[in-house]
Each structure stands twice: as structure tokens, then as C-alpha cells.
Design a binder for this molecule. Structure first.
Ligand SMILES: Nc1nc2c(c(=O)[nH]1)N[C@H]1C(S)=C(S)[C@@H](COP(=O)(O)O)O[C@H]1N2
Ligand SMILES: [Mo]
Length: 259
């Protein structure tokens, strides 16, 4: 998470800035960095920012946050599976969460639903719910972890996102997959995570058609990432090469947010 420090700080003490910035590094890196005797030079090397008087702390911290994303992306093991659980561990009723109350859940019509495809994809024809349901389905019992401090185990069924991306001729060497939701929420993920075997275009929760609160008609389920990287009511998928932070990332949450 990136603290919001807006003003450039004239005459900022670089040593203090370095110390603050180091707190934002992901843990193994932070320990190495601090053990190495944190220095302005090391911070400059990490961020590419010249840490000098008058530099905006925000710009340095933003670079640290981007560096954090790169380190996490680099540490991400595309073959490591998130833990799965027995059906007896499923939480019922499962918690609803969004940036709005339950009364504002978007109502998407499943009959006329047409998933849009954009960006680096060969076959951009839209997909109806019926066609998505006809693709091979997989079920996972995994834990959804929300950054707000709760987690619950649930059961999600749907199409493997990597299968779908291959089927529509997506450029799998592109950097990001971006999702736009019915109510304006949006999110993007790294391609390695999009291709992870447990990353799913979810159509069912707990053996039943997704309820509106869980993201009807389709949500993305990613057990290797925090809850806010699991967009609900997905209306459009785009394969892109330019970084496009999501709703919560714009509020300061770390973009990669892997587990
Ligand atoms: N479209 C949309 N998707 C969203 C959100 C949202 O506000 N809108 N909230 C996210 C957050 S913060 C969490 S923790 C999970 C919650 O999923 P659930 O309601 O199935 O528990 O959805 C994520 N996906
Ligand atoms: Mo969340």
C-alpha cells in the first residue's frame, strides 16, 4: 500500500525518506535492504529516482510500490497452487463485499449478457452466458482473503481463464489482462497470474448459478491474489501491454497483491 504524501517536501532528510521507503518493500527484500545498511545510493538504485533535497516523497514511494510489484511478479511461481480445502470447510452463507452496500448490487441480465473482448485478442466475438457454460468447467474450494482483514472458504465453478484466452487467440506474451465490471469497478492482472491453473472465469458459487451479490453472471476468481483482484460482474476482458491500475490500486493498494 502506498501512503498518500502529496506535497514535495523541501529539504526532506533523505535518510528518513529511505527508512520510510524501506518499510514498503516486500519482506525478503526489506530485510536484505535494511541488513545492507540502507542508503540513499541503494534507494536510488532500486527506484531509479534521484533522492535529493526537494524530491517529492510521493514519487519515490510510487516507484517503491512499482518496484514492489516487479519483485512480487518476479517471485510469483506460476506452478505453485493455492491451498484447497474439503467441502466441509465451506462458509455458508459466504460473505458479500464490494465498495458499495448490498442494496446497490448491479443487476445484469443473463439472457442478453455478451462478454466483450478487446485488445490483443484474435477472435473478438462476444460470448453469451450459454456459450461460456458450454465450455469445460472446473471446481475449486479455496480461500478468499480480503485486504480488510477477513477471509472465508468458498466453492467456485467455472472456466479456466487460460483455456479461454487460448481459445479466443489472446496474445499470451502480452503483459496484462484487464477486466471491466458492470458498475464501473475495474482491475488488471499480470499475464502469469491470468495463465495460472486456478485462475477462473466463475459462473457458479457453491454448486449454484452465481447470485448477484457474488458477481452474476461472471466473476474472476483468483485464489493466488487478494479479494479485490477478483472482479465481479465482468462485462469486458482486454489483453493489453500498458499498465492500467484498478479501482483499489488507484486508492493506494498494491497492484500485484499476490499471496
Ligand atoms: N465488480 C466488483 N468486483 C469486486 C468488488 C467490487 O466492489 N466490485 N469488490 C472486491 C473485493 S474488495 C472483494 S473482497 C471481493 C468479495 O467477493 P465476494 O462478495 O464474493 O465475497 O470482490 C471483489 N470484486
Ligand atoms: Mo476485499
Amino acid at each position: 500500500m502506498m501512503p498518500r504524501i502529496r506535497r514535495p517536501i523541501p529539504g526532506v532528510d533523505p535518510a528518513l525518506l529511505v527508512k520510510d521507503a524501506a518499510k514498503l518493500l516486500p519482506d525478503p527484500t526489506r530485510r536484505l535492504f535494511l541488513r545492507g545498511g540502507f542508503s540513499v545510493g541503494a534507494l536510488t538504485m532500486l527506484t531509479g529516482c534521484t533522492v535529493a533535497d526537494g524530491v517529492s516523497a510521493e514519487s519515490v514511494l510510487r516507484r517503491i510500490s512499482e518496484f514492489n510489484d516487479r519483485v512480487q511478479a518476479w517471485l510469483f511461481d506460476p506452478n505453485r497452487l493455492a491451498q484447497t480445502y474439503p467441502e466441509s470447510a465451506i462458509k455458508r452463507p459466504f460473505r458479500f463485499n464490494a465498495f458499495y452496500p448490498e442494496s446497490d448490487i448491479p443487476e445484469v441480465d443473463g439472457e442478453s449478457y455478451a462478454l466483450e473482448l478487446n485488445g490483443l485478442i484474435e477472435n473478438k466475438a462476444t460470448w453469451s452466458l450459454e456459450r461460456l457454460s458450454a465450455l469445460p468447467q472446473e471446481t475449486q474450494v479455496t480461500r478468499l482473503i480480503c485486504v480488510e482483514g477477513w477471509s472465508e472458504i468458498g466453492k467456485w465453478t467455472g472456466v479456466r481463464l487460460s483455456d479461454f484466452l487460448r481459445r479466443v487467440g489472446a496474445d499470451l506474451t502480452a503483459k496484462y489482462v484487464w477486466f471491466r465490471c458492470a458498475e464501473g469497478y475495474h482491475s488488471s492482472i499480470d499475464m502469469a497470474t491470468a495463465l495460472h491453473p486456478q485462475t477462473q472465469m466463475t459462473l457458479q458459487f457453491d454448486g449454484k448459478e452465481l447470485e448477484p451479490k457474488y458477481g452474476y453472471p461472471m466473476r474472476i476468481r483468483i485464489p493466488t491474489k487478494l479479494g479485490f483482484k477478483n472482479p465481479k460482474h465482468v462485462m469486458e476482458i482486454a489483453v493489453i501491454n500498458n499498465y492500467n491500475p484498478g479501482y483499489w490500486e488507484q486508492q493506494g493498494y498494491n497492484w500485484f497483491s499476490g499471496l
